[in-house]
Design a protein around this ligand. Structure first.
Ligand code: THU
Length: 133
């Protein structure tokens, strides 16, 4: 199985477990760390709407909880005609653990649609390097 197919399958599985009764928009994300580990997540909504979390955030939290810190690539997978892209907050969270050249694979239910880099999604992003030392 190709590396990308493995990530897509993991994102699809995670999406099946999304808790999205409010938006009815289920998303799955799966990432690979620089040391080859795979983590996935789904969006988890809440009756208090702003308290929900995105699939990318769930996958990042799973990675960090297991000691991972460097994202090599990530898949975001959702249904619909318009290709799902990470929201602004998730772009910032990705920036913490990825680089400008990290590939973000945007996928539909049918499979891969487009690959972009984090630098394309978040140009001139704020990071730890901007904080005074
Ligand atoms: N959502 C994600 O999980 N990831 C994205 O990249 C975009 C949006 C979720 C948040 C919310 O649960 C639902 O999709 C509708 O916005």
């Amino acid at each position: 199985m190709s590396d990308l197919k493995e990530l897509i399958d993991a994102a699809r599985l995670a999406r099946a477990n999304a808790h999205s009764p409010y938006s009815r928009f289920s998303v799955g994300a799966a990432l690979r760390t620089d040391d080859g580990r795979l983590f996935s997540g789904a969006n988890v909504e809440n009756a208090s709407y702003p308290e929900g979390i995105c699939a990318e955030t769930a996958a990042i939290a799973a990675m960090v909880s297991a000691g991972g810190r460097h994202i090599a690539e990530i898949v975001v997978l959702a249904g619909g005609k318009a290709t799902c892209v990470p929201c602004g907050g998730c772009r910032q969270r990705l920036r913490e653990f990825a680089t400008e050249t990290t590939p973000i694979h945007l996928c539909g239910i049918e499979g891969h649609r487009q690959t972009v880099t984090l630098g394309e999604l978040l140009p001139m992003g704020f990071g730890a390097g901007h904080l005074p030392s």
